[in-house]
Every structure is written in C-alpha cells, then in structure tokens.
Design a protein around this ligand. Structure first.
Ligand code: NAD
Length: 321
C-alpha cells in the first residue's frame, strides 16, 4: 500500500493534472463508465462535526475508492488545524485490496477548482474577458487561480458578504497581473464568467444581475439547504452539472426543482458536452450555468493521479498492508 501524506500533495499535484483528471472522469460519468455511490454525511454528535463518505467506481480508469472526512468547526481554535479534514482511500478493483491512502485536504480544493475550470473551458464564451467572483474564502482563491487559465481574462471583479476577505481575490488577480475591482452585486453584470463559492443558505445573486452570454459556475452549494442564486436564474439558463442526482438533492438546482421552475431532465451532465453528445453553448447570448456539487469520483481521480506521480518520484511511503 502506498501512502501519500498531505504535506507531499502541494509538491506533486498541478492545476493542469487536476483539470485533466476531472475532465476525464466527468466524461466517463456521462458515458456510463463511472458512477458515484450515494453520499453519506452524518452529524456525529461530537465536536459539532459533520463526517461522511463520498465514493465511486470508474470502470474506464479502474479507480475504486472513497473519500472519508468532513467538517470539524473547532479545529482551528482548539488544535491549530484546518476545519475541513479528509483522506482518500483507493482499492484494487480486481481484488478489493487497499492500494493507497492519500491526504485529501489540498486535493479537495484542487479538484473543486478543476470542476469549475472544466465548465469554463467547455461552456464560457471564447471572448470572455471579465471574471466575477462571489465569495472570497479558502476555496475562492483556488477557484480564481484555475479559472484565470481558461480564457484571456483582463479583469477580476468580486463581491463578498464579508468585504474584509476581498484582498484574497485581489492577491490572486495581482499574481496573474490583472486588475481587481470590488463591486456591489449589481456590478457583477459586467462579468462574462461568474463563480459563486460561498457557504450561503440564501440566494445572493438575482436572475437580472447576470448578463446574457454569461457562464456561471455555482460551486458553494453542496448540501441540502445551501443556496447561492435565485432559482429564476436556473430557469433562464441552460443548466449543467457534474451529477444530476446530486444537483437536484444537494446542489444549487434543489431550489429550482422544489419550486417547479425546472425539471430534472432540464439538467445536462457536463460530461456529455465533453463527450460531444450535448452541444453545450449554442449562442453568444445564452446563459450557461454549471451546478458543481462535488462528487466522490473527482476525489478519486485526483488522488489516483497523485499516487502515480508520487510512485514515480519516490515520495510515496510504501507499507506492507
Ligand atoms: P470559507 O469559510 O473559507 O469561506 C466562506 C465564504 O462564504 C466566504 O466568502 C464568506 O464571506 C461567505 N459567506 C459565509 N456566510 C455567508 C452568507 N450567509 N452569505 C453569503 N456569503 C457567505 O469556506 P470555503 O472553504 O471557501 O468553502 C465555501 C463553500 O464551498 C462552502 O459552502 C463549502 O461547503 C463549499 N465547497 C463546495 C465544494 C464542491 O465540490 N462543490 C467543495 C468544497 C467546498
């Protein structure tokens, strides 16, 4: 069994490798070669923690396993460690033997950023020049860094409920040599691509605050009850997702479905655009919306890529197990 500790991930995994791994597994999901297992998420009644498992099997990539972990709200204060903790376990699909244990914290941010990036690569207008961020927390920096590589962006604009966090976005924009402007929500209309990545439980963005032709990646809503945009925006947009079952239950689409504004079969898998079985964007005026809920197969795909890299450069720890 190979162990790749959390501390090694930053030296091994690149945004490009995460993009490739996530794009490939989204395609495999849409062609029926890969599927996600039902998500388990439990409030364990200890330390206010939420703990669970996301798993799946990719028959094309022969990747089987799960990510175990969750959210411990007191970690930072009590233990000086981040509140989100996760570990990926991979298994040999031929025998069921455990083959790898991989630190999942940084990988989660990289695979989540890769998901919105893949959506931008396939659905945003080629001439997109302004990117708008809603949210400025931990994930937002990863999201922005990855998104900036997908189009020739010239400007970053951003809004956050807590304006004191906006320098996070400014920092990433200036790394890329781009100007950053903090805007009111109405100002997000200037964006050609929008990423929302907040922990909001209420709609932030209204349907009329999004211009025709925009691509929006809604990345924050990954749990029942969370919400970032007005359900009317989903009715106005062509909606794509990683996994339809998650989109309608724990993703942004849960609200538009519940209010009857869209139906399940209005939502397409992003993988079908990658595979060429869905046309994706068909006009410059169309609004495309990616509901990124976060699937176990994304975690397995990036973990498998990291294990390959670690095995090649000798940084994996081998244990007899
Ligand atoms: P964080 O705590 O670092 O940042 C939270 C962000 O949400 C900040 O911008 C904060 O200002 C904003 N926010 C908090 N409460 C808000 C409210 N009531 N209304 C509007 N904005 C609010 O968190 P993070 O690690 O950046 O995660 C952000 C979100 O992304 C979380 O909801 C997390 O569960 C989700 N997430 C999704 C995936 C996925 O695959 N889709 C993966 C990882 C994280």
């Amino acid at each position: 069994m190979l162990i790749v500790p959390e501390r090694e991930i930053a030296n091994l995994m690149t945004r490009e490798a995460a993009f490739e791994a996530v794009q490939k597994v989204f395609a495999a999901m849409a062609s029926g070669d890969a599927y996600n297992f039902p998500v388990v998420r439990e409030a364990i009644g200890h330390e206010d923690a939420l703990y669970g498992f996301k798993g799946g099997f990719d028959r094309a990539g022969l990747t089987l396993g799960l990510k175990a972990g969750g959210y411990w709200p007191n970690n930072l204060e009590k233990h000086g460690m981040i509140n989100h903790q996760s570990t990926v376990f991979l298994f040999d699909p031929d025998t069921g033997r455990a083959t790898a244990m991989v630190g999942g914290n940084l990988l989660t941010a990289l695979r989540t950023a890769a998901a919105s990036s893949v959506s931008i690569a396939h659905l945003a207008r080629e001439d997109a020049r302004v990117i708008g961020m809603i949210g400025a927390g931990h994930q937002a920096k990863f999201q922005l860094r990855a998104a900036l590589e997908q189009r020739s962006f010239e400007k970053v604009i951003g809004w956050n409920l807590h304006p004191e966090m906006l320098p996070n976005l400014e920092e990433v924009a200036s790394e890329a040599g781009l100007p950053f402007e903090a805007v009111e929500l109405d100002g997000i209309r200037d964006a050609d691509v929008i990423i929302s990545i907040t922990s909001s439980f209420d709609a932030i963005l209204t349907a009329d605050q999004v211009s025709p032709g925009t691509h929006i990646a809604c990345m924050g809503t990954d749990t029942k009850g969370k919400q970032e945009v007005d359900p009317a925006l989903l009715a106005r947009a062509t909606v794509f997702t990683d996994e339809v079952a998650q989109s309608i239950s724990i993703g942004e689409a849960q609200h538009a479905i519940a209010s009857g504004l869209i139906a399940e079969n209005d939502i397409a898998q992003l993988g079908s655009v990658i595979n060429g079985t869905h046309p994706g964007r068909t006009s410059a005026e169309q609004i495309t919306l990616f509901d990124g809920t976060g699937v176990g197969l994304q975690d397995l795909a990036v973990a498998a890529a990291v294990v390959d890299l670690a095995a090649r450069n000798g940084s994996a720890i081998e244990v007899d197990f």
